[in-house]
Structures are given as structure tokens and as C-alpha cells.
Design a protein around this ligand. Structure first.
Ligand SMILES: [Fe+2]
Length: 186
């Protein structure tokens, strides 16, 4: 199997775990708990760096190869590519909102939680669609040359996509991320 596909599927397991954790955290906030700003900030950083700058660009390359092998995949691939753009935009919006969140400002707080809920729902559904509609068929469709090109991109991917913007570690997310073994260690 392509190492690129293995990496994407390992990412999906990690993202799914994070999404479920964030949904629980969001529920507690909706019940009245304070927003854990460190957790939220780490989640947005991880989505911005790992999902928007590494995972989705790699998927876009996989989609190009799959489309070349089966043009009938055009509609679902266009939908998923649009969702990548939407998720990138939504990550930026979450970051902007997070910077403005103040626990005593309930309007901003509620808007942030609403936007977070929409983001988590879209991301979860997006991952399921990719797994069910594309990745199950990827091995059968991709040629040896496709696999070589995708794995070469994986090897040259920007390491900065895996780092926090402030240079600190992912303290809150680390136990969750380490529970899912990535294919590529960076
Ligand atoms: Fe994905």
C-alpha cells in the first residue's frame, strides 16, 4: 500500500479521536464550564498546521491521481476539494474568534462554541466520506507510478506543518495524539 494512503488513514484515526474529544469538551462548555483556551488553541493550531497545510494538500494529490484513473469520481472529488477549502476557511475563523473569546463575554463565547460545533460536524462527516467513497478503492486504482509520486511528496512535506505556531508542544493534545500511532514520525 502507498505510504501516503497509510499516513492519511493514520491521520483520520487521530483526527477522529480529537474530534470526539473536542465534542465532549464543547458539551461541557455548553453546560456552563469555562472554555479551556489552551485546549481550543492547540486544537486550532493542529488543524491549521496538520490538516490544512499537510493532510489536505496530500489528499488533493491523491485525488488528482484517483481522478486520472477513474474520471467517474469527479463529482465526489470536487465536493471533497471544496470541503478542504471550507475547512481551511473555518479554521481561520475559529482562530480569529478564539482570539476574541473572553469568558465573561457570553455572546462571543456562544458564537465560538456554535462555530466549533459546525466545524467538528463537517470535519467528521468529511473524513467518513473520504474513507467510504475513496480510500477503500485507492489501492486498486493507484498505479505503481502514482504510489511513487505520492510517497515522494510525503517525504518532502513541510515539517513546520506539525509544529505549534508559538513553538510550544501540544500539551493538551499530546496524550490523544500518542494514542494513535502515526505512520510518519516527525
Ligand atoms: Fe482526510
Amino acid at each position: 500500500m502507498s505510504r501516503a494512503i497509510e499516513q492519511l488513514q493514520a491521520d483520520h484515526r487521530a483526527f477522529t479521536r480529537l474530534i470526539e474529544h473536542m465534542e465532549s469538551a464543547m458539551e461541557r462548555c455548553l453546560q456552563g464550564d469555562d472554555i479551556d483556551l489552551m485546549l481550543m488553541s492547540e486544537f486550532v493550531d493542529y488543524c491549521s498546521g496538520h490538516a490544512d497545510d499537510f493532510h489536505h494538500p496530500l489528499e488533493d494529490r491523491v485525488f488528482d491521481r484517483l481522478l486520472a484513473r477513474d474520471p467517474g469520481l469527479g463529482p465526489i472529488i470536487r465536493q471533497l476539494e471544496q470541503e478542504h477549502l471550507h475547512l481551511r476557511w473555518a479554521t481561520r475563523e475559529l482562530r480569529d474568534m478564539l482570539e476574541a473569546v473572553n469568558s465573561v463575554d457570553y455572546v462571543r463565547r456562544d458564537r465560538f462554541l456554535e462555530a466549533l460545533g459546525e466545524y467538528l460536524g463537517l470535519f467528521h462527516h468529511h473524513i467518513s466520506t473520504e474513507e467510504e467513497r475513496l480510500f477503500r478503492r485507492a489501492d486498486r486504482l493507484l498505479t505503481e507510478e502514482d504510489v511513487r509520486q505520492l510517497d515522494a511528496w510525503l517525504d518532502s512535506a513541510p515539517v513546520t506543518a506539525f509544529a505549534r505556531r508559538d513553538g510550544n508542544d501540544f500539551q493538551r493534545l499530546d496524550p490523544l495524539l500518542h494514542a494513535v500511532e502515526p505512520t510518519t514520525t516527525r
